[in-house]
Design a protein around this ligand. Structure first.
Ligand SMILES: [Zn+2]
Length: 373
């Protein structure tokens, strides 16, 4: 059996979080998928999910308290020095750096405060939807729209320290990007259509398709990777249009091959993403969210990713959004799952023993280091 507990970890996808530690409830344990809190019985519903139960036990061990949500929340609230606590938490799983999508939450978290509390290297990712919303709200014309949109992306990369650009079009109008919306003419009429019906999200689809393709080109020009949300997420996802396969038509075009594209999450469409990462030389797959939140699927997620995707095209991530423990739980679960998966692959004669550790190290951090440079 392999043991990867000492390997370093880079979290390829997570968010800045507020350290609002409530002694009655600890959000990293019970605030992901599932019915919202304000629905009667919402919290009990979440507490019945496997991830929450497992996370509660793991965190209770780290904090030295009873394995109940109440005891964990109380013990977490007694932690004094947040920076020292996060340092100790991350050191126990070798977490060295976070790639942070600052587009959630909104309004954004103050990164200088966040940096003080999270003593590892942080690499922010620039999300395109907040500026799209701001420009739509201002009702500017097309020329001004694209001038300010492009300038925002360029400034983020060249001057503001962002290392990649991200889109959550799967939460807006879906991943079925229509290449007919690529031209300037289509962008112009797309903006007119979006402004004519500001309350109907699908009216903005031609414009959003246009801007996504525009961003792909910009990322190629700037030499940075483009992250795109795929798979399930919060309840407002466009569920029928979040399969990464829907992006294939756009991504297979030779003119977008200069941009490295990271399919974020992929769950539950790991097989489609694995094929895309195999068939398209510029596509990576990130396994955040499924690991750790679909805890029972962890082994299957890594196994499926490894079916076709080259071992240097798979990235560990957590999608932590409520607290540092989510990155910690993701790293812990990923290391355990990878050890089991590599053991099985070795027993089946598909890998040599040294390859097990090499592949795990690539997924946990080496691939991210190589891709971001
Ligand atoms: Zn996320």
């Amino acid at each position: 059996m392999f043991d990867f507990s000492d390997l370093p970890v880079i979290d390829n996808h997570c968010h800045p979080y507020l350290f609002d530690v409530d002694p009655a409830r600890y959000k990293p344990l019970d605030s992901f998928v599932g019915v919202p809190d304000d629905v009667p019985g919402g919290l009990e519903h979440r507490h019945a999910m496997l991830y929450q139960r497992w996370a509660t036990r793991e965190l209770a061990k780290f904090l030295g308290c009873e394995p109940t949500p109440e005891s964990v929340a109380a013990a977490r609230a007694r932690v004094g020095d947040e920076g020292e606590y996060v340092r100790r938490l991350f050191a126990s799983e070798g977490v060295e750096a976070l790639v942070i999508d600052t587009g959630y939450p909104q309004p954004p978290v103050d990164m200088s405060v966040f940096r003080r509390r999270v003593p590892v290297t942080l690499h922010p990712v620039y999300r395109i939807e907040p500026p799209i919303k701001a420009l739509l709200d201002e009702r500017v014309d097309y020329d001004e729209f694209v001038r300010r949109f492009d300038a925002g992306v360029r400034r983020a990369i060249r001057e503001e320290g962002f290392i990649a650009v991200k889109s959550i079009v799967a939460y807006r109008t879906g991943l079925d990007i229509d290449l007919a919306h690529e031209s300037e003419e289509a962008g112009r009429s797309g903006l007119t259509a979006a402004l004519a019906e500001p309350d109907r999200m699908m009216a903005s689809k031609p414009l959003r398709d246009h801007l996504l393709l525009r961003t792909l080109r910009l990322c190629g020009e700037l030499g940075v990777s483009f992250h795109v949300h795929t798979g399930v997420g919060d309840p407002d996802i466009v569920l029928a249009r979040c399969n990464p396969a829907l992006l294939n038509e756009a991504l297979k075009q030779p003119r977008y091959r200069d941009t490295n594209v990271v399919l974020i999450h992929c769950y539950p469409y790991m097989a489609e993403a694995s094929w895309m990462a195999a068939a398209l030389p510029n596509v990576w797959m990130d396994l955040s969210e499924g690991v750790p939140f679909a805890a029972a699927a962890a082994d299957r997620i890594f196994e499926t990713a490894l079916e076709l995707a080259p071992v240097n095209r798979i990235l560990f991530g957590s999608d932590a959004f409520a607290g540092p423990e989510q990155t910690w739980l993701g790293a812990k679960l990923a290391k355990q799952a990878l050890a089991r998966v590599m053991t099985t692959l070795h027993q089946r004669g598909l890998i040599e023993e040294p390859e097990g550790r090499e592949i795990a190290a690539k997924i946990l951090s080496d691939n991210a280091r190589a891709m971001y440079g």
